[in-house]
Design a protein around this ligand. Structure first.
Ligand SMILES: C[S@@+](CC[C@H](N)C(=O)[O-])C[C@H]1O[C@@H](n2cnc3c(N)ncnc32)[C@H](O)[C@@H]1O
Length: 455
C-alpha cells in the first residue's frame, strides 16, 4: 500500500494507492500525505496500481496499470474506444456518482475560484446515452493497406484510430461513418497529412436534427466536393433527407472548420428544435443535447418572470432559440441579442422573421464591443450571458457592474470561468439560484444556470 511518508516520487515509479478524491477534470486523485497524484480513469474508492507519468513539486500525474480493488462507483464502460478516444472520461463511473462529482466540481469552483460558499444541488439529468446531435471526426489512413476511415485522434498523438460507432450518438452516426468511409475508399480520395500539408479529406462534421447536415472539411480552396454524386449515392442508403456542405480549410491548425461552409447538395431547411423550427447553419453554434438545452431555456425564462416589460440584453446568443422563447413569452419587453458569428446571427434573424417576432434586434458583434453602447440610466434591464468556455470578457463584466441590471442570468459550460466571473460580479449582485445540468453525460463537463439580482 501507498506509503504516506514517501515524498520522493519519480516518473516511472509504480505505486499502489487508494483513490480518495476526484479532480475538476474527472480524474481520480490519490494522496501522498498532502501531495496529490492525479490518475485519469481511476474512480474515487478504487485501489489502483499506477505508474507515475509526470511530477512537479506540487502534484504528480499517474496512469492506471491495474485496478487492484474496484470502487463501488465503478461500472463497466460500454464503449470499446473508452480511454483511447478523448470524447468520454467518466464512462467507468456509475451515472449517479457522475452527477455527484459534477455537483461537487461546481461547488468547489465557486468556493475556491469565486470565494462563494453556496449550496449546489445535484445536476438535472434527462438522458445518459445517444444524446449528442453533433459529431466531428478526422479522416485517417492505414499506412499499410491504404484504407481511409473516420476515427479519433489517439491520445498525445496525431494519428487517427478508426472507429465504427459512438455511444454518445445514435445509430445515425454509425451509418454515416460507414457511408463516408466507403465513399472515400471507392473513390481513392486522399487524406490530409499535417506534416506535409498535402491530401484532401480533413474532417467530417455532422449535425443530426430531424434531418442530417453533413460538412466535409477539405484541404482545398475549391468550393465543391470531389465525387459528390457518389457520396450522395452512399448517403441515400441511410438518410432520406440531408444537406451536404463543403468547408475549405487549408490552414495548418487544430481548428476543424474553415471560415466558410458552401452548400453543395440539398436545401437548408428549418429543423425541429424542440420549441421551434429553425435553420442552424454549419458554422453556427447549437447546444449538443436537445433535451437539456430546452430544460435550460425554460429555466432561464422562468427566472426572468412572466411580466417583465423592460429591456433584455442577451450576449452570446447563438442562433436565437432562447431569444425567441423569451420574446414570445414577454412581448412587451425589448430584446437585443448579440452574437459574433455572422451565420448564427443570420439564422437568428430568419428565426425572428419566421415567428413574426417584432421585439428582438439581433446584433452581429463582439459582446465586449457591444456593451459600450449600453446606457447607464434607470431603465429596467435584465442581462443574459451564455459565453463560450473561456467565460466573459472583462469589459462585459465591468459594464454589467456599472449598468446595474435588475437581474443577470448566466448560463455556463465551464465552472472555473463561471466562478471567476461571479467573483467579479458578486460585489454588485447577490447569487439567488444555482442549478447545474447534465448536458454532457459520460464526460466531466457540466452546464450551470445562475441567477443574480442587484444588491
Ligand atoms: C455557449 S454558446 C451559446 C449560444 C446560445 N446562447 C445557445 O444556447 O445556443 C456561445 C456563443 O457565443 C458566441 N460568441 C463567442 N465569442 C463571442 C463574442 N466575443 N461576442 C459575441 N458572441 C460570441 C459563439 O459564437 C456562440 O454562439
Amino acid at each position: 500500500m501507498f506509503d504516506s511518508k514517501r515524498v520522493d516520487i519519480e516518473k516511472g515509479d509504480i505505486i499502489d494507492a487508494e483513490i480518495v478524491d476526484f479532480g475538476s477534470n474527472g480524474e481520480g486523485v490519490a494522496k501522498c500525505g498532502v501531495y496529490p497524484i492525479f490518475v485519469p480513469f481511476s474512480v474515487k474508492g478504487d485501489v489502483v496500481r499506477a505508474r507515475i507519468t509526470w511530477t512537479s513539486k506540487d502534484y504528480a500525474f499517474g496512469e492506471v496499470v491495474e485496478v487492484v480493488q474496484p470502487s463501488e462507483h465503478r461500472v463497466k464502460p460500454v464503449c470499446p474506444y473508452f480511454e483511447k478516444c478523448g470524447g468520454c472520461d467518466l464512462q467507468s463511473v456509475e451515472h449517479s456518482f457522475q452527477l455527484e462529482m459534477k455537483r461537487e466540481t461546481v461547488k468547489r469552483a465557486l468556493k475556491k475560484v469565486g470565494g462563494l460558499d453556496l449550496d449546489v444541488p445535484t445536476p438535472i439529468s434527462l438522458n445518459e446515452w445517444e444524446y449528442r446531435n453533433k459529431l466531428a471526426l478526422p479522416f485517417g489512413k492505414n499506412k499499410r493497406s491504404g484504407r481511409v476511415y473516420l476515427g479519433f485522434f489517439e491520445k498525445r498523438s496525431h494519428s487517427v484510430v478508426p472507429m465504427k460507432w459512438c455511444a454518445l450518438q445514435g445509430q445515425w452516426a454509425a451509418d454515416l461513418i460507414e457511408d463516408i468511409g466507403e465513399w472515400a475508399n471507392e473513390n481513392a480520395l486522399s487524406v490530409y497529412d499535417e506534416q506535409t500539408g498535402r491530401g484532401y479529406l480533413r474532417h467530417a462534421v455532422a449535425r443530426m436534427l430531424d434531418t442530417l447536415t453533413l460538412t466535409i472539411v477539405v484541404n482545398s480552396s475549391v468550393q465543391n466536393i470531389e465525387k459528390l454524386a457518389l457520396l450522395t449515392q452512399k448517403l441515400d442508403r441511410h438518410f432520406s433527407d440531408y444537406t451536404v456542405f463543403v468547408s475549405n480549410n487549408t490552414k495548418n491548425t487544430n481548428v476543424i472548420m474553415g471560415d466558410n461552409a458552401t452548400l453543395v447538395y440539398g436545401e437548408e431547411r428549418p429543423q425541429d428544435l424542440g420549441r421551434y423550427q429553425a435553420v442552424v447553419s454549419p458554422l453556427s453554434f447549437l447546444q449538443v443535447n436537445n433535451k437539456v438545452r430546452d430544460a435550460i431555456y425554460d429555466d432561464v425564462c422562468e427566472h426572468i418572470g412572466t411580466d417583465f416589460d423592460g429591456e433584455i440584453v442577451e450576449l452570446y446568443s447563438g442562433v436565437g432559440l432562447l431569444t425567441a422563447q423569451i420574446a414570445l413569452r414577454l412581448p412587451k419587453s425589448k430584446i437585443t441579442a448579440v452574437e459574433i458569428v455572422p451565420s448564427a446571427s443570420e439564422n437568428a434573424n430568419a428565426l425572428m422573421r419566421n415567428l413574426a417576432i417584432g421585439n428582438v434586434t439581433n446584433v452581429c458583434a463582439d459582446a465586449a464591443t457591444f456593451v459600450e453602447s449600453i446606457e447607464r440610466d434607470n431603465t429596467k434591464r435584465v442581462l443574459i450571458l451564455d459565453p463560450p468556455r473561456k467565460g466573459c470578457d472583462e469589459r462585459v463584466l465591468a459594464v454589467a457592474k456599472e449598468a446595474g441590471f435588475e437581474k443577470i442570468l448566466y448560463v455556463s459550460c465551464n465552472p472555473q470561468t463561471l466562478a471567476r466571473d461571479l467573483k467579479t460580479l458578486s460585489s454588485t449582485y447577490t447569487i439567488d439560484y444555482v442549478q447545474p445540468y447534465d448536458m454532457f453525460p459520460q464526460t466531466h463537463h457540466v452546464e450551470t444556470v445562475i441567477l443574480m439580482t442587484k444588491n
